[in-house]
Design a protein around this ligand. Structure first.
Ligand SMILES: [Zn+2]
Length: 461
């Protein structure tokens, strides 16, 4: 067969996803789900075994409600411990659909990175997903995208996908090529060189981790370099709260006369695409409900009502490489499947992203909610960036929490420092140390793919 297996009836017409009927979207997805389960029952090493051993009658699963009732959840731990067994084996009808095109690794903030495989079929689906994502962001062939994701020590979507997005929408792309300098091959650009390249190439879009985008903008600002065409900042990889947004906008306004928009997104390696922020700024839209159903479930794995908080769950609907069903991403979120109030998108939206589960750490025998600390730091007017470290005190070996902050002014007065110590100690429930660090050294891409704002360096950790 020359055409990717029956591709024409597997894609929604774009109009049906704008001010669409959520029931129709769900019915369409459930049709894909049934086809997917047929493949999975035969071709998926892990799930075929689950179906056999648990005696699951897949012919009785026709809706997501059935699936949630009859199919077990997949935890991150089970996938990470055995990622190769989540890849489909080829069928005889469309063997070319199953050739491996690329793989990227989960970022490995918890444990070893695990590979997620894309076959030829999946790769084209992901290029299609990029056209939808670009559409939601308002990117066109007129754009010039500057990719500020570092070259990671292993294949990672951040560095790989923005260039492909440019390819499929017909835009231009320039890649910063920052990253780990540990290679014997001299291919990495230093920070100053990346900044020079941004200025000389004059992109309309900067795309990267928000704190790194800000670092670049500030350096351009400091050196009085202009990027006249800049109009959009695509950010993902870490939370981009109101303060960070404000700083990004302020810095951008000094290097271009355009009004610069910020487009945040929530991605996951297991998805291979991102849920893109609505231009209204309120929700994150699933651009390709044909590829994955993203939902929120309760403790028993049942989908919660719209607007209620649940665990974020992914079910792939139409992939040939790595396939995950009822997979918990490890985040908490509220979903909304109604058409977006602002733009009408009906692909399913994360109405509220509440971040990772399990943010409690035991420090000196006390349970400390690290999320409260990081959230406070993210919204503090004074603080530009931060790093929280839990370690053992050199002499006593007791646990201690030290917080490095970078301030906007670059100098922290002793009153401000005392006030930070007081407020942060109150939140932590024990005394914390606060010190000032230059903004540039809080996170550098050489440290790894994802900014680590919270590190636990204790010996017995
Ligand atoms: Zn919208």
């Amino acid at each position: 067969m020359n055409i990717d297996s029956h591709s024409t009836d597997l894609i929604f017409a774009e109009e049906a996803l704008v001010w669409g009927d959520p029931k129709n979207v769900r019915m369409f997805q459930e049709n894909l789900l049934r086809q997917n389960l047929k493949r999975v029952a035969i071709q998926h090493p892990v799930y075929s075994k689950v179906i056999r051993e648990d005696k699951i009658d897949i012919s009785s699963i026709s809706t997501f409600a059935d699936l949630n009732r009859l199919f077990p959840i997949t935890t991150k731990e089970s996938f990470l411990s055995n990622p190769l067994d989540y890849v489909l084996t080829p069928d005889l009808e469309n063997p070319k659909d199953y050739l491996i095109w690329d793989m990227t690794y989960t970022a490995g903030t918890s444990g070893e990175p695990a590979p997620v495989y894309q076959t030829t079929f999946d790769f084209k689906a992901l290029l299609f997903a990029q056209t939808r994502m670009a559409g939601l962001r308002g990117m066109t062939s007129k754009d010039k995208i500057f990719n500020l994701y570092p070259l990671a020590p292993y294949p990672h979507g951040g560095w790989i996908r923005p260039s492909q997005a440019a390819a499929v929408i017909g835009a231009s792309a320039v890649v910063g090529m920052s990253g780990s300098t540990s290679s014997v091959f001299p291919i990495i650009r230093r920070f100053e060189e990346v900044v020079d390249l941004v200025a000389s190439s004059n992109p309309s879009v900067l795309w990267g981790v928000p704190s790194y985008v800000l670092k670049i903008l500030r350096e351009l600002e400091r050196r009085n370099l202009k990027v006249p065409d800049l109009r959009l900042l695509n950010v993902s990889g870490e939370p981009c709260g109101p303060q960070l947004r404000k700083h990004l906008k302020e810095s951008a306004s000094s290097i271009t006369e355009n009004e610069v928009f910020i487009s945040d997104s929530l991605g996951a390696t297991e998805l291979q695409f991102s849920l893109v922020e609505c231009p209204s700024g309120n929700t994150f839209h699933n651009p390709v409900p044909e590829i994955a159903h993203v939902s929120a479930v309760d403790e028993n794995g049942q989908e919660v009502e719209d607007g209620q908080t649940g665990k974020l769950q992914v079910t792939h609907l139409n992939r040939r490489g790595t396939v995950l069903i009822k997979y918990l991403l490890g985040d908490l979120a509220d979903m909304d499947f109604n058409p977006c109030q602002s733009c009408g998108w009906t692909g399913g939206s994360i109405a509220k992203h509440l971040g990772r589960e399990g943010k409690f750490l035991k420090v000196r025998g006390q349970m400390v909610n690290s999320k409260l600390i990081t959230e406070w730091l993210e919204t503090s007017e004074l603080i530009l960036d931060y790093k929280v470290t839990i370690s053992n005190e050199a002499t006593t070996g007791l646990d201690k929490i030290s917080i490095e902050v970078a301030t906007k002014e670059g100098s922290l007065s002793s009153e401000d420092q005392e006030s930070l110590v007081k407020q942060l100690s109150d939140i932590a429930g024990l005394r914390v140390e606060v010190s000032e660090t230059p903004f540039k050294s809080i996170w550098i891409p050489e440290d790894g793919m994802k900014p680590k704002r919270l590190r636990d360096l204790r010996v017995d950790n």
